[in-house]
Design a protein around this ligand. Structure first.
Ligand SMILES: Nc1nc2c(ncn2[C@@H]2O[C@H](COP(=O)(O)OP(=O)(O)OP(=O)(O)O)[C@@H](O)[C@H]2O)c(=O)[nH]1
Ligand SMILES: [Mg+2]
Length: 387
């Protein structure tokens, strides 16, 4: 009998490193001769992640307009589309970084309704160690409001595996301290460390995702009012922008300048950036050529990921900005930042073709399974409505 395709969902807060890790995993599967299908997810259209993954020549389906939990039908349709086109052996899915309760609303319903079609891997949740240290009180620095932190911690509570990602950013001592606090606060999770960008520490995760089955435990209790309030505190902005210049310009430098402009304006407003990411696809480039940039905290340094080797005269800019801020202020910061950056690149015109800025609405999952398998910490609480 043919083995069922694996369904691997990698969660974690905004900017934790999910796409980077998924790309690494996808490359490993490809090297083993397995077919991979990727599924991205966002509250709106125009996704940097889809662009990045597709640029590495992987088939990608995107689900926009809400989390997997609220778009469960779209998730299964995306899997069907990928199956028709590519027959993947492995589905790699990245949920929106502000979503939680994904085991009860996505994994368990998938297993109940489509258990004959997929085998589900343990649910791994990535943490950016610097962000985690601040949220867990191990380091000073700006964090988020309590209701956003509620979502952050709920994401960890439901993890089968917590991956301390970007482990290159902290010392061994800090790593051990973080590991021990995570183990104490989230005792049901297996904790591993990895640095996906440096392609280290992924063996254990890779092996577990390929061989282990997702554990069956009671869904955690989630207060959907606090969850919704937490999401509503976040501002979201997705925009697609046409860049056109009379002369060639350096798109890598343009991205750096634009990020700096937006970052300084949001810092002035006291907004905490969760993830600000952008790509430029040049008009004159070959397929898959991109420049990309990421900024994962207001007080951090933006990092170019992919770079263009040659200057260009134009292209498409995709902007995805998520911060704890009023969405209108994000739009203002991006508009002003674009105008200011364009001035520094002689003859450059930036035209916004499409933009949406908003706060995510209250999550209303299509399904919520309350499997009572055994009593565990974080199990279904009376009155939580999950059972
Ligand atoms: N230093 C370091 N940076 C990393 C590592 N993995 C990812 N990053 C960086 O973290 C930033 C965010 O990475 P993404 O993979 O886009 O994060 P994400 O969780 O997919 O973000 P969202 O989809 O917006 O929630 C990028 O600048 C990555 O290069 C790592 O192992 N080490
Ligand atoms: Mg991502």
């Amino acid at each position: 009998m043919a083995t069922k395709p694996r369904y691997i969902m990698v969660g974690g807060f905004l900017g934790a490193g999910k796409t980077t890790a998924l790309l690494q995993l996808a490359e490993r599967f490809r090297a083993q001769g397995r077919r991979v299908g990727l599924i991205t997810n966002d509250q709106s259209v125009g996704l940097v992640d889809t662009n990045l993954l597709a640029s590495h020549d992987f088939p990608v389906e995107e689900i926009t307009g809400g989390c997997f939990c609220c778009k469960f039908g779209s998730l299964t349709e995306a899997a069907e589309k990928l199956t028709e086109a590519e027959k993947p052996d492995v589905f790699l899915a990245e949920p929106v970084g502000s979503c939680t309760d994904l085991t009860a609303t996505v994994s368990y319903p998938l297993r109940r309704l489509y258990g004959d079609n997929f085998s589900l891997s343990p649910f791994s949740v990535l943490v950016d160690p610097v962000r985690a240290e601040r949220i867990l009180g191990l380091a000073n620095g700006k964090s988020f409001s309590p209701k956003v932190v509620y979502i952050y911690k709920k994401q960890l509570e439901e993890a089968d595996i917590i991956v301390i990602s970007k482990s290159d950013l902290i010392s061994d001592t800090e790593r051990e301290e973080l590991r021990s606090v995570l183990a104490k606060e989230f005792p049901l999770a297996n904790i591993v460390t990895a640095s996906p960008r440096q392609e280290t520490g992924l063996d254990e995760l890779f092996a577990s995702l390929m061989t282990d089955e997702q554990s069956r435990r009671n869904p955690m209790a989630v207060d959907y009012e606090i969850y919704a309030d937490g999401e509503a505190l976040l501002g979201w902005l997705n925009a697609t922008v046409t860049l056109k210049a009379d002369d060639e310009f350096d798109a890598n430098e343009f991205l750096k300048q634009l990020t700096l402009n937006v970052q300084s304006s949001l810092r002035r407003d006291g907004a905490e950036i969760a993830h600000f990411k952008m790509t430029v696809s040049p008009d004159d480039g070959i397929a898959g050529e991109l420049a990309s940039i990421n900024l994962v905290r207001s007080d951090y340094i933006a990092e170019l990921g992919m770079e263009l080797d040659e200057p260009t005269t134009g292209g498409q800019l995709i902007v995805n900005l998520r911060a704890e801020a009023d969405p209108a202020s994000l739009m203002e910061a991006v508009k002003d930042g674009l105008a200011e950056a364009a001035l520094k690149f002689f003859g450059l015109k930036a035209t916004i073709d499409h933009e949406e800025h908003f706060s995510p609405g209250k999550p209303t999952p299509t399904h919520r399974d309350g499997e009572v398998v055994m009593e565990t910490k974080g199990g279904c609480q009376p009155g939580s409505g999950c059972c």
